[in-house]
Write a protein that binds this ligand. Sequence first.
Ligand SMILES: [Zn+2]
Length: 304
Amino acid sequence: MPLPPHIKNGSAARFGWIGAAGLFLGVLLAAAGCSSNRRVGYRTEVDTIPPDRGRPVYEVYSPEILMPSKGIPGKAIRNYEGAPRVAIIIDDIGYDRRIAENLLALDAAFTFSVLPRSPHREVLISKIASRGRELMLHLPMEPIEYPNIDPGPDALMTHMHPDRLLDRLEAHLNDMPEAAGVNNHMGSRMTARFPDMYRIFSVLKERRLFFIDSYTTPDSACLPSARLMRIPFAQRDVFLDHSLDPADVRSQIHRLIRLAEIYGEAVAIGHPHPVTYAVLKKELPRLLQRVEIVPASHLVHNFG
Ligand SMILES: [Zn+2]
């Protein structure tokens, strides 16, 4: 059973009594086994990029989170008039510039989540702004598969002292002040740790940023942390491209539409793969007949 990290007096003062209460709750949840690090299988998708740019691993997640058997945690049915709304977040942006620009050229309000320290982040952030699309910070966090899978430069790691963890988070946020919100890159180990997520959300709250849980583990502590911290929050419903077969990407788009029609809204995450771009481009007219595509910030809610 993992123990909560040691908290210095300075850290407690940083967050006040609310933070202390949250940390205490975190201790209780950790003791109840909510931070279990059970090992699960995963899929890995790697994009083709020039060798001199490195080869980032785009995402890892357990197969069981693709189709939750017990429904979608925290998902509420929301009344709507007109078309149901969907957000389509393309994350892992910053390495493959060409695909990112192709996705930006599509006539749809996709949201773009950019990896810190990625080689093309600056030029792509300015293109995202000039295209009027919403920008998010794609925050790298430790996955269960670490060290076999590397979450990338300056990721938030569970062994880090809370002060160092938050300094690293603040540095990422300072480097991307245009970001409206944050979602996790990988993070199946980190997002299962209530005390760490609570600390991270306390910073997002101060900065009035929303968080979208990429939901890379069924043990995610993001929803209860967001509820306690009262930050605007949503959870990813569908990964568009866990399989790179075009038929599977098409079927995930239809699943997104069905969920949006049932719940009133739904959140998808896709990646800058050629197949994702090709299928989105082809399916866009049909998609827009049935749903309204909105920026991710339109689909976050306070769960408190
Ligand atoms: Zn990612």
